[in-house]
Write a protein that binds this ligand. Structure first.
Ligand code: ARG
Length: 604
C-alpha cells in the first residue's frame, strides 16, 4: 500500500537525484575547486539516499498536489540554492524520464514543481495494483509491519479493583488499552496483555471483616458480586459512624499479609467472584488479557525490592514509614507504612521489575487515567534512581476523564460513580430501539445481536475517537447517532458495502485495468491506500484516535463516492471496478474496527 509506494518511490528518486540531477548540477560547479566539488557531491548524495528520501517524502493533503511530494529543502541547503529553483530544474529532468521503463514500472505519470516541492502523481492502475495486491495477498494481516519483530511489549490495561464494579474510567483503561495492544500487534510486536488486578490492600481486611460479620445476611449464592459490593458499601457507611471499624479492618489485613489462611480463603473468594463479573464485561468489549498478575502476586517480591532500595542507599525513614526521597520535583515515594503494610507504589515497583526481568519486556506500558500521573512519575523515578537503564522504556499511557453533560440522566447506584455496565446496557437498549425502528423485519435474536455490537461499539468508538489525554464528553445523541462522527456511522457504512456485495451476487474481482473516471474514485483509492501508514502513526503515539479518525475519513469519502456515482447497473467493466473499491472499503473498515475491538454486523 502506501508505505510500499513510498519505499519504491524513494528508491527511484534516489537514483534520479544522485545521477540525473547531480550530473546536471555538476555542470554549474566548474568554477569551484575540486575539493569543494567533491564535498558538495558527497553531501548531495547523503541527502539522496533512499532512506533519507523515505523519511522526507510527504503525503499532500489534497489530491491536486499529487500522491507524494518531495521537499527539496534538504538539497537546496547543501547547494545554497533556492528550493523553487531546484524544484524547477529537477521537474524538468524528471518529466523527460516519465516515458522510460523504470518510471512506467513505478507508475509515475506526473511531476510538477510547486514552491520548494516536487509533486508526484501516479497512475490509477499503479495505485490500485498496490492497494488490491495487498488486500488479496495480506488478508487478515493487511497493513501489518515487521517493525516490532523480535521485541516484546508488556501492556497493563483495564486492571479493575476487586469487589468494586468497573466504572467508566475503567472503560477507557479497557478500550484504549486493548486497542493499543491490537495496533502494536499489527506492527509486529509480541504483546503480553497484563491485568494488574487491584486485589490487595487494606480494603481487603475491611471486606473480610465485613463478610465474617454480615455475610450471612446477603445472597452470596445467587448474587455474589452484588452482595460483595453491598458489604463493601455498608462497611464504609458504618465506619463513618463507628471509626473503630477501620482499625479492625487494618488488623484483619495485617493478618492476611502475615499469611492467615482462613482470611486468605475468603479473600480468594472475593477475587474469584469479581473476575467472573469482569469477564462478562471484557467479553462484551472484546478484551483479552494474557496474564492476570494482581497486586497480590507481588507479595513475595516486596521484600526483595525493599532490600534492594536499602542496599542502594535509597530507603529513608520518615515518621515511622519507609520512603524514597525524590528531590524537589515531587513528593517522596512511600514504600511501607508505619504499621508495616505495603503500598500500591511498592507493588508497582515489584511489578515493573517482574515485567522486565521475568517477562522480558522491551517496552512496558501502563494504560491508566491521568489522575495517576504522579504515581507513575514517582515509580519510574525510583526505578531510574535504582540505576535501571530500562526505566526509560516504561510509559504511562494516560487518558482524560469523562465529562457528563449537565442534567444527563445516568443511573448511578451510589454517588458520582457511573458504572460501566449501566452505560453499556443503556447503549444496547437505546440501540435496540433504533434498530427496531429502522429494520422492523429482523428477528428478535438478530436485533439483540446487532444492538449489542452497535451499542457497545458506539460507546467504545466514542472513547477512542479523541486524543486520549483530553477529557471526553459523554453525549448519548452523538455517541449513538447513525449519521455523525460515531461508531454506528462507521458500522453503517460497512453494512452498506456488505449489502452492495450481496446484491452484486459474487465476490468482486480486484481488477486494476480500468482508468478511473470519477474524482471520488481516485479520492477513495488514495484514502484507502493510507491504511498501513495510519496503523504505524497510531502505534507511534499510542494513539488509537488516529485510526478511529481515519475510519471516519474513509466513510466520508466512500459516502461521496456512493452518492455521486452509479455502482450496480453500470456498464460491466465500470461496475466491476467500482465493486472492487467497495470490497476494499469494506475490508479496511472491517479490519480497522477490528483493531479497535469493534464488531461489524453484516446488516443493521
Ligand atoms: N487498579 C487501578 C485502578 O483501578 C489501576 C491499576 C493500574 N496499573 C498499575 N500497574 N498501577 O485505579
Amino acid at each position: 500500500m502506501f508505505k510500499q509506494l513510498r519505499q519504491e518511490t524513494s528508491l527511484y528518486l534516489s537514483d534520479f537525484m544522485s545521477h540525473s540531477v547531480l550530473n546536471e548540477l555538476r555542470k554549474s560547479w566548474t568554477m569551484e575547486s575540486p575539493e569543494k566539488q567533491a564535498s558538495l557531491a558527497e553531501q548531495f548524495l547523503v541527502a539522496s539516499s533512499a532512506d533519507a528520501l523515505d523519511r522526507v517524502l510527504e503525503k499532500p493533503k489534497k489530491l491536486e498536489h499529487g500522491h507524494l511530494a518531495l521537499p527539496l529543502f534538504p538539497f537546496a541547503k547543501v547547494l545554497r540554492m533556492g528550493p523553487p529553483q531546484l524544484a524547477a530544474l529537477a521537474a524538468g529532468l524528471l518529466k523527460a524520464k516519465l516515458q522510460e521503463a523504470q518510471a512506467e514500472k513505478l507508475g509515475l505519470i506526473g511531476v510538477e514543481p510547486a514552491g520548494g516541492f516536487l509533486n508526484l502523481t501516479f497512475s490509477d492502475r499503479a495505485l490500485q495494483q498496490r492497494l488490491f495486491g495487498a488486500l488479496v495477498n495480506e488478508g487478515e494481516r493487511l497493513g501489518y509491519s515487521t517493525r516490532g519483530q523480535g521485541k516484546r511489549i508488556v501492556i497493563d490495561y483495564s486492571s479493575p479493583n476487586v469487589a468494586k464494579p468497573m466504572h467508566v474510567g475503567h472503560l477507557r483503561a479497557t478500550v484504549i488499552g486493548q486497542a493499543i495492544r491490537n495496533i502494536a500487534e499489527t506492527q509486529g510486536y509480541e504483546v503480553i496483555g497484563l491485568n494488574h488486578l487491584g486485589d490487595w490492600g487494606v480494603q481487603f481486611g475491611k471486606l473480610a471483616w465485613a463478610y465474617k460479620e454480615w455475610g450471612s445476611q446477603y445472597d452470596f449464592k445467587n448474587k455474589p458480586f452484588q452482595s460483595l459490593f453491598e458489604i463493601y458499601v455498608r462497611f464504609h457507611e458504618e465506619a463513618e459512624k463507628s471509626p473503630e471499624l477501620e482499625a479492625k479492618g487494618s488488623m484483619v489485613f495485617k493478618n492476611l499479609e502475615d499469611g492467615d489462611t482462613a482470611i486468605a480463603e475468603i479473600w480468594k473468594m472475593f477475587v474469584d467472584i469479581s473476575l467472573v463479573e469482569y469477564q462478562r464485561l471484557w467479553d462484551l468489549l472484546g478484551v483479552k488479557h494474557d496474564l492476570v498478575r494482581g497486586e497480590s502476586f507481588y507479595n513475595s517480591r516486596l521484600k526483595v525490592v525493599e532490600e534492594m532500595l536499602e542496599k542502594k542507599g535509597l530507603l529513608e525513614q520518615s515518621q515511622g514509614a519507609s520512603v524514597v526521597n525524590l528531590g524537589e520535583e515531587m513528593p517522596p515515594c512511600l514504600i511501607r507504612k508505619s504499621d508495616g503494610a505495603s503500598l500500591y507504589a511498592t507493588r508497582d515497583l515489584a511489578s515493573a521489575i517482574y515485567r522486565k526481568e521475568d517477562l522480558k519486556a522491551d517496552l512496558n506500558l501502563y494504560v491508566v487515567g491521568v489522575d495517576q500521573s504522579l504515581h507513575f512519575k514517582q515509580v519510574f523515578k525510583v526505578l531510574e534512581k535504582c540505576g535501571f537503564e530500562w526505566a526509560k522504556d516504561c510509559h504511562h499511557i494516560a487518558f482524560g476523564m469523562y465529562r457528563f453533560k449537565e442534567g444527563m440522566k445516568m443511573s448511578t447506584r451510589k454517588g458520582q460513580v457511573v458504572f460501566l455496565e449501566d452505560v453499556l446496557n443503556q447503549a444496547i437498549e437505546r440501540t435496540a430501539e433504533v434498530v427496531a425502528e429502522k429494520n422492523p423485519n429482523l428477528s428478535a435474536v438478530e436485533r439483540a445481536s446487532i444492538a449489542r455490537d452497535v451499542g457497545v461499539g458506539a460507546v467504545a468508538f466514542n472513547d477512542l475517537l479523541f486524543d486520549r489525554v483530553k477529557n471526553v464528553e459523554f453525549d448519548w445523541d452523538r455517541i449513538l447517532s447513525f449519521e455523525g462522527d460515531s461508531g454506528p456511522y462507521v458500522q453503517y457504512m460497512y453494512v452498506r458495502c456488505a449489502s452492495l456485495i450481496r446484491k452484486y451476487g459474487k465476490e468482486p474481482k480486484m481488477t486494476t485495468d480500468r482508468t478511473l473516471s470519477a474524482p471520488e474514485e481516485r479520492e477513495l483509492v488514495r484514502v484507502l491506500m493510507a491504511y498501513d501508514d495510519i496503523l504505524e502513526t497510531a502505534f507511534d503515539g499510542f494513539k488509537p484516535n488516529v485510526l478511529a479518525q481515519y475510519l471516519l475519513e474513509v466513510c466520508a469519502v466512500f459516502s461521496r463516492f456512493y452518492h455521486n456515482n452509479r455502482i450496480l447497473g453500470e456498464e460491466a467493466s465500470v461496475e466491476e471496478s467500482r465493486m472492487a473499491l467497495v470490497r476494499a472499503t469494506k475490508e479496511i473498515l472491517h479490519q480497522g474496527l477490528k483493531h479497535l475491538s469493534i464488531r461489524t454486523p453484516e446488516f443493521m
